[in-house]
Design a protein around this ligand. Structure first.
Ligand SMILES: [Zn+2]
Ligand SMILES: [Zn+2]
Length: 248
């Protein structure tokens, strides 16, 4: 019998109120409302250099039928943004403690200058101001970071590759390292991305920092369930469709 896979609408790059550059209104109830409006039911939360808001968002969003992958958007020494996706929050948090924090300079947050970095609870109440500035680069090269990430079982996606802080924008050429996928921000970037990263899956996501951007760009993932292993398989086997595929 032919297996029929489900189709999940996914936005795999979203910032919460913990990212210094994201809006203070990027709280759980706003995510639930906007994602429901856009019919998005599988997301990754990818704050800059941390994953600490993920458990609260996961809990709230699960009640709305939305599944959350724990991600972190790392900024490397070359100011390249790299998305890491983890099987569990525990693995991501372990990566944050053992790899990210030791390689991130101690710089006290200045909210006037950097923006706020807020931990939030299930009622959208801010519980803590995270004190070390998360908008800095790690003192790890892109290659070093990718190696650490793969060793720890994370999936690696180069973020917004042609835009500011994207790997091609920063380095000019693809780095000498393997990635599971690359992310673009517009369909016009597709052909260039496929040429430069032969064999890599190309994804489209919102990189939302403001409520109206949530789910504004997304992909369709074909899978049986929303387990991480299915996500990994879908990326590896190209069972991920973007707007341009869906239009055909
Ligand atoms: Zn970025
Ligand atoms: Zn981002």
């Amino acid at each position: 019998m032919k297996m029929v896979l489900n189709e999940y609408r996914a936005d795999l790059h979203l910032h919460t109120c913990l990212s210094p550059c994201a809006d203070l209104t990027m709280v759980p109830s706003v995510f639930a409302q906007k994602l429901t409006e856009k019919n998005v039911d599988w997301i990754a939360i990818t704050d800059h250099n941390t994953c600490r808001n993920v458990p609260v968002f996961s809990k709230v969003l699960r009640d709305h039928g939305i599944e959350v992958i724990t991600g972190i958007e790392i900024q490397t020494r070359e100011e390249v943004h790299v998305l890491l996706y983890f099987e569990s929050y525990e693995e991501a948090f372990d990566f944050e403690i053992t790899i990210v924090m030791p390689h991130l300079k101690k710089t006290k947050l200045n909210p006037e200058l950097h923006g706020y970095q807020l931990l939030v609870n299930e009622k959208d109440e801010f519980t803590e101001l995270y004190n070390n500035w998360l908008g800095q680069s790690l003192d790890l090269s892109t290659e070093e970071l990718v190696e650490y990430a793969h060793k720890k079982g994370a999936m690696v996606v180069f973020a917004h590759i042609f835009r500011r802080f994207g790997v091609i924008h920063q380095l000019g050429i693809p780095p000498d390292t393997r990635c599971e996928a690359v992310e673009i921000c517009s369909t016009s970037e597709l052909e260039r991305a496929k040429t430069m990263f032969k064999g890599s899956t190309v994804i489209l996501s919102s990189d939302a920092h403001f409520p109206d951007q949530i789910g504004s760009r997304n992909c369709v993932i074909r899978a049986n369930t929303r387990k991480f292993q299915e996500f990994r398989d879908a990326i590896e086997k190209g069972r991920i469709l973007t707007e341009w595929d869906c239009a055909h």
